[in-house]
Write a protein that binds this ligand. Structure first.
Ligand code: GLP
Length: 242
C-alpha cells in the first residue's frame, strides 16, 4: 500500500483527480469504479471542472459503482443512482449506457448481483476503483465479517452504518436496511484501488487499516494485500497513525 499524506480535504480531492485524469489519458477505454458518500464529492467536482476545461473526456469510459441501497428506485433522491447523476454523470460526456450501478430495485436481487458481476467481467476489469472508508472498516457496503472471497452480494447494513448514513434521510426509519454491494473479491480484482480518507472521525479506522492485522472483522484491511493500493489521507485522518 502506498500512503499519500495531504493537508486537507481539498488537497485529497485534487490528488485523487490527478490520478483519475492520468488514467483517463493513458488508457483508451478506461473502466472506473466509483464510490458514493461525502468523501468523493470534492473529487467529482474537480473531475467536472477538468472535463469542462477539455483535459478529460468520458466518451470512452465505463463506470461501475460499488453499491446501491435495496428498495430505492433510480429516481429516489437518496439512491446512489440519483447521487451519481447529480454529482457527476449529468455534467460530463459519459454515455448513459456506460454508467452502471447495482439494481437495488430489481425484483430478483440475487439475479441482479449475478448480472452485475457479469457486466464487470464483460468490461474486462476495473482499471481504478475509488473507495471511501466506513468508520467500522467497511468498503463499499462490505460490513465487518464479510468473506474476503465475496462477490457482488446482498447485505444487511450494520446499525452503525445506518446511523452514519441517516444524515442523508429525513428519519432513521427511512434508512434502508439492505444494500447490494460489490464483494471484497470484486474490489480486489481492480487493477488499482484508490482509497480516500478525510477528517479526524476516520482516524481510528485508518490506523486500524494501516497498522492492524488483515482480518475479515475489519474489511478494509484486505487492501494491505492489493498489489496497487493507494491511500490518499489528510492530516485529520492520519492523526492516529503510528
Ligand atoms: C457509505 C458507502 C461507502 C462509503 C462509506 C463512507 O456507507 N456505502 O461506499 O465509502 O460509507 O462514507 P462517507 O464518505 O460519507 O464517510
Amino acid at each position: 500500500m502506498e500512503l499519500i499524506r495531504v493537508k486537507d480535504y481539498e488537497e485529497m480531492s485534487a490528488k485523487a483527480c490527478e490520478l483519475v485524469k492520468e488514467l483517463m489519458n493513458t488508457v483508451q477505454s478506461p473502466v472506473l469504479g466509483l464510490a458514493t458518500g461525502s468523501t468523493p464529492e470534492g473529487l467529482y467536482e474537480k473531475l467536472i471542472h477538468t472535463y469542462e476545461n477539455g483535459a478529460i473526456s468520458f466518451s470512452n469510459t465505463k463506470t461501475f459503482n460499488l453499491d446501491e441501497y435495496v428498495g430505492l428506485t433510480k429516481e429516489d433522491p437518496n439512491s446512489y443512482h440519483y447521487y451519481m447523476t447529480e454529482k457527476l454523470f449529468k455534467h460530463v460526456d459519459l454515455k448513459e449506457g456506460n454508467a452502471h450501478l447495482p439494481d437495488g430495485a430489481a425484483e430478483d436481487k440475487s439475479q441482479a448481483c449475478e448480472d452485475y458481476e457479469r457486466l464487470i467481467k464483460s468490461a474486462g476489469a476495473i482499471d481504478l476503483q475509488l473507495l471511501g472508508l466506513g468508520m467500522n472498516g467497511h468498503i463499499g457496503f462490505n460490513e465487518p465479517g464479510t468473506d474476503f472471497k465475496s462477490r457482488t452480494h446482498i447485505v444487511t447494513l450494520d446499525e452503525s452504518t445506518r446511523q452514519a448514513n441517516a444524515r442523508f434521510f429525513n428519519s432513521m426509519d427511512e434508512v434502508p436496511t439492505e444494500a447490494i454491494t460489490m464483494g471484497i473479491q470484486s474490489i480486489m480484482e481492480a487493477r488499482r484501488v484508490v482509497l480516500l480518507v478525510s477528517g479526524e472521525k476516520k482516524a481510528e479506522a485508518l490506523a486500524s487499516l494501516v497498522n492492524g492485522e488483515v482480518t475479515e472483522t475489519f474489511p478494509a484491511s484486505i487492501l494491505q494485500q492489493h498489489s496497487d493500493a493507494v491511500i490518499i489521507a489528510d492530516e485529520g485522518a492520519c492523526s492516529q497513525l503510528r
